[in-house]
Design a protein around this ligand. Sequence first.
Ligand SMILES: [Zn+2]
Length: 215
Amino acid sequence: MENCMVSVYYWCMVKQNAYIPISKCKICKKIKDYEYEETKNGELDDDVANNSGFPPEVWKLENIERDQCYTRRRKNPFASCPNCGVRYLYSYSYDYYVNGAEEEHELDRMAPTDVKNWTVFDVKKEKEAPGNFMSDKEYAWRIENLKNDIESKSALDREYAAISLTIYYIDEGDQDSILKLLKSDDKLILKTVKKTLSQRKDDIKGKKFAKLKKN
Ligand SMILES: [Zn+2]
């Protein structure tokens, strides 16, 4: 019994301490940053172009529930990789027609900041409340490692790091660090940072980002 406890404890420590970049994770490296598929009555819809379906690795994620629409009230909406701990958000929508139903499935790899800042709707208090789906400790640890990944040889790692750090710097109001990313010689980083900034344009309004808007 004692031995067992020690090994469980050891396993938890290892799991927490060993950072695994996307490119080194056997599950996540097979999942794109954004995955989409359409089904008809639950079967993959062959009439839709490039609709190859989610890679099978998606079903190895923990807390993934197919066909279950997440709601803001749900306890934990994130699926997580059992290997590296990266979170994903699965969403589902459907339309009913005379001859059956058409379903759309989306899976997004989440930036740590979006997981950390996720709020849930507190029905009793009738207001938004912190979801607490990522501890401060894990958050700081992921961000530090992503700062190394931006120099990685793997395009997959650099892309996820560029998305995640851009969102992190926006949240921190750190426009100088974003400007530094925009001076990168790496085309992939440049493209990814610009794309992320345009997706988040509502968050970079105001004085705090004045220098960035001139760029
Ligand atoms: Zn993983």
